[in-house]
Design a protein around this ligand. Structure first.
Ligand SMILES: [Zn+2]
Length: 497
């Protein structure tokens, strides 16, 4: 057996598959906006435990089909919002660690993360989590993790991992594909007895995701290079993180990673990471919006004059998908001020106002102070009078019903949950067709793929809020300096590190 194994290593043939591999899984998936004055707690998460966490998931099916024993622990998943409370994170972490202790011997660990987790009182909770996992499983067990490309990644965190892979599309259409790729890499490494190492580089560039769309140059070409790097001898995968600029932490910003099969190929991985980082740095001034932009007033004016129906306007400063409040009233106030005749605003997050509509009933006229309750910094409640059109069960996750009102020429969707309309199906859920309106306002930054596919025209309104696109206007305290574009004249080279 020893001789066969030795010959296989020497000849580079595929070693015999190991039987009985055990892989533990866990995850805390959250994108934390530190500017948002809202503390995210356990109630904001969907908590999946045991088989619930793996049921119907391509990555888990793949591992099981390969004969791996998958041992799921806690997978906590939430939409973007304010930073996570200390108590919530510690409860999640301790539950995961306890399950790891009880599991006994394992061969590998798979973590399903977002990458932009920020926890009250922790400089880098993701690093804390992986260090504590290492204390239990030791340094010889392979730990792999998948991420959204909007994660903020520190070298300390990377130091605890063997394998990393992030999404390669923004707007995201490859989440499941990335998770599947990550577990395939993990299993591949286990079967071949690799000891993967990660070459990691933070690039001092801070951009909103709207300047990092992967189908738009120059970002497209960078992402196109990743599979080519991954195919190089001795390398396993490569990632680019656009980062999350609305989390004020030292590690915020872009980064690149290249995974080497083992220490022998680490130098090559570092060279590839450096080349990629330098090329991205050289193109920093070309990282721009791919869509027409303007103030909310300008966007409404363009939409009113446009021949296209419908024109989609994104209220980007109040972008729910970047963790902002979603209850800003600027868009509603300006639509009414412009006396638009055929607009839909989807939506404003205001459970109290929904409750009032629900009590009044369909057809009733209501007077409400809507929005401006979470975002009391850039917004304030707006007094309106409207007619309740419907009380649809709109939340695909099965939350409380929403309310649809007619307020002059605006069809206003009031939401009982903190969510964004990112796909045509979300409009179907409230029995609305966005294409029948002249103006469609949604609270996101870039249009997500589903809406991008149907929108005849889109304008990004550069509005105030906790996801302000003009980063120079935000009061950063902890972001490392210098960083582009906050320090526009700085110089940098990955080769000089
Ligand atoms: Zn993302």
């Amino acid at each position: 057996m020893f001789i066969i194994a030795f010959l296989c290593i020497g000849l580079g043939c595929t070693p015999e598959k190991k039987d009985g591999l055990r892989i533990l899984t866990a995850g805390i998936r959250h994108e934390s906006n530190s500017f948002m004055p809202y503390l995210t707690t356990a109630e904001d998460f969907t908590l999946l435990r045991g088989r619930e966490a793996t049921k119907g998931r391509a990555w888990a099916n793949y591992l099981e089909e390969e004969g791996v024993e998958v041992i799921p622990t806690l997978h906590a998943i939430s939409g973007p919002s304010g930073i996570v409370s200390r108590e919530t994170y510690e409860a999640f972490r301790d539950e995961i660690l306890e399950a790891f202790r009880e599991a006994g011997h394992v061969d590998g660990v798979y973590l399903d993360m977002h990458g932009a987790l920020q926890v009250e009182g922790y400089p880098d909770a993701q690093s804390d989590l992986v260090q504590r996992i290492r204390e239990i499983v030791g340094m010889d067990v392979l730990v792999a993790a998948s991420f959204d490309l909007h994660g903020n990644i520190s070298p300390e965190f990377m130091g605890g991992l063997n394998i990393i892979s992030s999404y390669r599309t923004a707007p995201h259409v490859d989440g499941e594909q990335t998770r599947l790729r990550t577990v395939k890499l993990l299993l591949d490494a286990l079967k071949h007895n690799y000891s993967p190492r990660i070459a990691h580089l933070n690039i001092p560039i801070l951009i909103p995701g709207e300047k990092g769309i992967t189908s738009v140059e120059p970002v497209k070409s960078f992402y196109d290079r990743l599979p080519e790097i991954a195919r190089m001898e001795g390398l396993m995968d490569a990632s680019i993180f656009i980062g999350m600029p609305w989390t004020d932490v030292a590690r915020a910003g872009m980064s690149v990673q290249v995974v080497a099969q083992d220490a022998r190929y680490l130098q090559q991985a570092q060279e590839q990471a450096q080349a990629l980082a330098n090329d991205i740095w050289d193109q920093r001034k070309n990282l721009q919006f791919d869509v027409e932009t303007g103030s909310m007033d300008e966007a409404i004016q363009v939409a009113m004059e446009s021949q296209d129906s419908a024109v989609f306007i994104t209220d980007s400063g109040d972008n729910v998908t970047a963790g902002a409040a979603g209850d800003g009233t600027l868009a509603l106030e300006r639509l009414l001020a412009h006396h638009v005749t055929d607009a839909i605003l989807a939506g404003i997050f205001d459970p109290e106002a929904v409750e009032q509509c629900s009590k009044a009933g369909i057809g009733a006229q209501v007077q409400l102070d809507v929005g401006g309750k979470i975002d009391y910094v850039y917004s304030k409640p707006l007094s309106i009078t409207g007619t309740v059109l419907s009380l649809p069960q709109g939340d695909p996750a099965g939350g409380k019903p929403d309310a649809v009102l007619q307020v002059e020429g605006v069809t206003l969707v009031l939401l009982s949950g903190h969510r964004a309309f990112t796909d045509p199906t979300h409009f179907q859920d409230i029995d609305m067709d966005p294409l029948t309106f002249n103006i469609v306002v949604v609270k996101e930054g870039y249009l997500f793929q589903g809406l991008r596919d149907i929108a005849p025209k889109a304008i990004m309104a550069l509005t105030p809020g906790f996801a302000n696109q003009t980063l120079e206007n935000l009061d950063y305290i902890l972001v490392r300096r210098p960083i582009y574009p906050l320090d526009p004249d700085m110089t940098w080279s990955a080769s000089n590190l």
